[in-house]
Design a protein around this ligand. Structure first.
Ligand code: HAM
Length: 533
């Protein structure tokens, strides 16, 4: 092998971001920050407080909250066992002994779940391993195929391997695919039902879903999520109609205000082509009947549907309405519509939501097919689309989810919220040029000579303190090169500091756009720039 090839092979491999994840880089991150800052400001004006949640939770929380049959939970979660790593391999005859020993120690120290089931599993493992160890002892040294007792040797081994797989090595956890279930968990865990109700929270951060990546769809994506939670008062829970009808009106106002809030944010950001679609999907009184009606109607046209929809007739007929398959559109248009089958309460609530939106000047479109892919919704569902996003054009989705907190072990509680897909929001703003001119540096300091460097450092400090963006090159550059660099960075001004300037105390400020030069004293510089920038 030549020296050249050897060198080539030694070159460390380059790493790439995992499929579906990406780096967000400047200057784009400036836009992300502007969007988030605007969200902080707008949400604060509606009385929302920020909550920061863990990035991973018990898998069971999402399974129960979002729904075990949803795509998100059944196919897309990043799940792992949160237990000791580097355990010896229990499927290897030579390391299974070390595995058993490590597990027994870990159980004793509380490093793996201390449950009755796990205690039993470990006892079974110990017993199975003892049988295997005994068999190993009975084998002649260096045994080979064909030794009569080999069968017993392997059967005891596989039995021990089996019991090793039964032992729980830790909690099943998942990276959060969404935030609503976590917000409900936090509401319960932190006793937020004791706070003045409703509790209004928002959170901004990454979510994780193992979807097929494409434009606007990532495996790590970002949401701006907002939720309103309200403990159900005792008199409401009693179900008296007069109280209930007041509650319906109040819920409708909350729904409309939440929608108004996200529309206000989009407005502030000048998001283009914003369209709000709303629907009511009923509640547990009326929806089951509608679902059965839908199922019966779908069964009649089953042969004309694609395989996904055929499967959904059994698992979740509502999701058939979500279908984008061209060939199914005509059939879906003729299916029964939920608006015609809402119970009295749901119909009153839906009418009130629409009225409330109108009072707030929020323009909406009704879409009876808007059912959304998460199990927790009831009554209001909504989705917002924006310009320039192609097939993944939903920039926000949300809805009401009364009962979810209860499902997660908390007190009876109402809920409504939404999540904005921040990646898509940014994409849409970029596509329509609403990104605001990216700022370069305000001032580039071109300095030459040791004395000038000390002055340049002082000037940079003072200018930054005054709020200007300053680039101070760390090494001396010829003025020509420095000015070229200033140009590339998009600087507005170059402050030229050489021996002459330092000695005379008259600094040179060059406007890069037109090449104009002015002489200024140090004490006048900040004021002068403030007038210009
Ligand atoms: P969702 O519809 O699953 O709802 O997601 C909300 C938004 O997140 C979508 O409209 C989309 O903009 C964005 N999004 C979802 N998946 C991806 C992805 N793979 N890549 C990029 N963006 C994506 C929820 O998550 C509910 N928790 C919303 C909610 C809050 N409902 C009530 N409260």
């Amino acid at each position: 092998m030549s020296e050249g090839t050897a060198k080539k092979e030694e070159k460390p491999r380059k790493f790439q971001a995992i499929r579906g994840t990406r780096d967000l880089l400047p200057p784009e991150t400036a836009l992300w920050n502007r969007v988030e800052q605007t969200a902080h400001e707008v949400f604060a004006t509606f009385g929302f407080g920020e909550i920061r949640l863990p990035l991973f939770e018990e898998t069971e929380l999402f399974a129960r909250g979002v729904g075990g049959d949803t795509d998100i939970v059944s196919k897309e979660m990043y799940s792992f066992v949160d237990g000791p790593s580097n355990l010896p391999d229990p499927t290897d005859q030579f390391t299974i002994g070390a595995f058993v020993e490590t597990i027994v120690q870990a159980y004793r120290k509380g490093e793996i779940p201390k449950t009755d089931a796990n205690s039993t599993a470990i006892e079974m493992l110990k017993k199975a391993f003892a049988d295997f160890a005994e068999e190993t002892q009975r084998q002649p040294r260096g045994f080979v195929q064909g030794v009569p007792d080999l069968q017993k040797y392997f059967s005891t081994f596989y039995s021990a391997v089996y019991f090793a797989s039964v032992v729980s090595r830790g909690e099943a956890v998942s990276l959060r695919p969404e935030a609503t279930a976590s917000v409900c968990r936090a509401y319960i865990e932190n006793n937020m039902q004791q706070l003045p109700q409703p509790v209004k929270l928002y959170c901004i951060g990454p979510m994780f879903r193992r979807e097929r990546p494409q434009k606007g769809r990532y495996r790590q994506f970002y949401q701006i999520d907002a939720e309103v939670l309200e403990a159900v008062r005792k008199e409401v829970a009693s179900g008296e109609w007069r109280v209930a009808s007041k509650e319906l009106a109040k819920d409708a106002a909350v729904d409309a205000e939440v929608i108004e809030m996200v529309m206000t944010l989009f407005d502030k950001l000048e998001l283009q082509g914003v369209q709000l679609a709303i629907n009511s999907i009923g509640d547990r009184n009326c929806r089951p009947m509608y679902v059965e009606l839908l199922r019966a109607a779908l069964l009649k046209v089953k042969d004309k549907l694609g395989p996904d929809s055929q499967r959904r007739i059994e698992t979740n007929p509502l999701r058939v309405l979500d279908s984008k398959l061209e060939s199914e559109q005509g059939i879906i248009a003729k299916l029964p519509r939920i608006a015609d089958h809402l119970c009295e309460e749901c119909a009153a609530h839906y009418a009130a939501v629409k009225h409330q939106l109108e009072m707030r000047g929020v323009i909406y479109r009704e879409n009876w097919r808007l059912v959304r892919g998460l199990d927790y919704y009831m009554r209001t569902t909504f989705e917002i689309t924006a310009k320039g996003l192609g097939s993944q054009n939903a920039v926000c989705g949300g809805g009401r989810y009364d009962g979810l907190v209860e499902l997660l072990g908390g007190p009876p509680t109402k809920g409504i919220g939404f999540a904005i897909g921040e990646d898509r929001l940014i994409l849409s703003l970029q596509e329509s040029g609403k990104t605001k001119a990216e700022q370069g540096r305000d001032i580039y300091i071109a300095w030459m000579g040791e004395k000038a460097y000390t002055t340049a450092i002082r000037a940079a400090k003072n200018l930054r303190n005054a709020g200007f963006t300053v680039e101070l090159p760390p090494v001396e550059q010829k003025f020509g090169k420095a000015l070229g660099q200033a140009d590339k960075l998009g600087a507005r001004f170059a402050l030229i500091l050489g021996d002459n300037e330092v000695t005379s105390g008259e600094w040179t400020l060059k406007t890069l756009a037109d090449g104009k030069q002015e002489k200024l004293r140090e004490s006048d510089l900040v004021e002068h720039l403030k007038k210009q920038l």
